[in-house]
Design a protein around this ligand. Structure first.
Ligand SMILES: C[S@@+](CC[C@H](N)C(=O)[O-])C[C@H]1O[C@@H](n2cnc3c(N)ncnc32)[C@H](O)[C@@H]1O
Length: 209
């Protein structure tokens, strides 16, 4: 099965995000695997007027929130079913586009420059960072922000997930990887899980040098 087919299968089995969160908001950004938990979009700084790229954008809900705050957004996802669902769900929102593409292929081909790149349990988790980070850096404006989240590091650096290989790295490993691929001001932290849960979330932010 190809990468697109296997992620498409995963997409078909995934539940759509709720219409509103616990605060009654209809759009919001969530970096973690838990509903209504953890930091919000403030991790990215102000996104107003900024061009934002999400790698592995899924249903597009996180990116849509940034667009409601004044960004323009492009969501790239390898699974065609994601583009269909995201376009349908966010059809009324101007300044937001979705495209089916594998992240490294997209970054290699695009001529666009972005101010912010984010990936929430997305392509940054599933592509070898030695391949992906230089490509992200090449399409990110100097001073631009990269931020991403994934499950905390396990004993193995690369581990099979439901639909792809997960690249699990520790806080220290991300700092070394990002610094060696043109990023600075790396801040990597573990977001504590909510009460009753045991697994936290790795959240990493860096600035393009
Ligand atoms: C676990 S889901 C997370 C989706 C979304 N970011 C969210 O938080 O709901 C991972 C997403 O990344 C996409 N993906 C995985 N590998 C990718 C790649 N190499 N290029 C583009 N998208 C990828 C998958 O199709 C899937 O939609």
């Amino acid at each position: 099965m190809s990468l697109a087919e296997s992620w498409n299968k995963y997409a078909v089995g995934s539940k759509p995000r709720r219409a509103a969160n616990a605060k009654g908001e209809t759009t919001w950004l969530n970096w973690t695997q838990y509903a209504d938990h953890g930091p919000n979009e403030s991790v990215l700084g102000s996104v107003e007027g900024r061009r934002v790229l999400e790698l592995g954008s899924g249903s597009g809900s996180n990116l849509a929130h940034l667009v409601t705050l004044g960004a323009t957004g492009l969501g790239v996802d390898v699974a065609p079913a994601r583009e269909t669902v995201a376009k349908k769900r966010w059809a009324g929102l101007a300044g937001l586009e979705f495209r089916t593409a594998e992240a490294t292929a997209f970054l290699s081909e695009t001529g666009e420059t972005f101010d912010v790149v984010l990936s929430i349990f997305g392509a940054v988790w599933f592509v070898d960072p030695h391949t992906l980070l230089p490509l992200i850096r090449s399409r990110l404006a100097s001073g631009g922000t990269l931020a991403f989240s994934h499950l905390p590091a396990e004993s193995q650096d690369v581990k099979p997930g439901k639909a792809g290989l997960r690249h699990n790295h520790s806080l220290d490993a991300w700092e070394i990887l990002l610094t060696s691929h043109g990023f600075a001001a790396v801040s990597a932290s573990l977001v504590d899980p909510p009460q009753g849960e045991t697994v936290g979330t790795m959240l990493v932010r860096a600035v393009a040098r």
